[in-house]
Design a protein around this ligand. Sequence first.
Ligand code: ADP
Ligand code: MG
Length: 287
Amino acid sequence: ATPTSIMVGTGKAAETGILFKGGEHLERTHELNTIILDKTGTITKGKPEVTNFIGDEATLQLLASAEKGSEHPLAEAIVTYATEQNMDFAEVDDFNAIPGHGIEATITGKNILVGNRKLMQDHHIEVGDAEQELVQYEMEGKTAMLIAVDGEFKGIIAVADTIKDTAPQAIQELKDQGLEVIMLTGDNERTARAIAKQVGITEVIAEVLPEEKADKVKEIQLKGKKVGMVGDGVNDAPALAIADIGIAIGTGTEVAIEAADVTILGGELLLIPKAIKISRATIKNIR
Ligand code: ADP
Ligand code: MG
């Protein structure tokens, strides 16, 4: 490999918004045969909005007050929704994030739980016929969360995030380049599949706990694959580090950018096939 051609390649990449941390990463990018993409904030815009709320005013107040303590994009959507309705937020006495499952809080002496089915199961909360609504929302690609107050099921809140405009094209280009494309997410299987379908992905690994994302990447590598992992969140950092090439979304968290080998500016997914193309061309010129 000539240092000059690598320098030219990294320079060319940088001009288009692909920031390699070093020439060796550009060199290795041409070996990739699998791209794994996180869902929220990577394939989607990461700006979810509340689309449905079933429950009473008091539940919404507890729910929104509790979510103020969370930094999750889902929480942000809920807080924004309540603010738009001129909600009076209540003081939170105790707050606990349960990674991959939801949150638990104590507010004015009441215990509130917000999260997925698993969270409700773990607390032995009977959700009645909510399952029907949940499935409906999930088929629409929405993330639906269950709400319980003092051990009693109280409502559902659903949130939708839209895919990035160029995501379908970027994924098509990766496939045309011969790469296998996989979605990896902590969200439920049905929601994940609905979003995957919108962007042309057929391989989905869902309901993965934050600390398990890196293990999933490792499993695929053990099958002999060279994996490029694309992510934006704190949760994605270990997976980005373990991947053959970690690709951070420029609009993502600092932790993800630090863990990755390359950052794509503005989170533009078309820059991923572009990076592959530049790397392949660079290697061709070297040989
Ligand atoms: P993702 O990969 O989509 O960021 P996470 O692992 O962060 O997923 O979360 C998985 C699931 O846990 C969410 O789909 C949601 O059901 C639940 N969850 C996580 N954080 C919260 C929160 N702040 N409030 C309610 N539910 C949450
Ligand atoms: Mg994400």
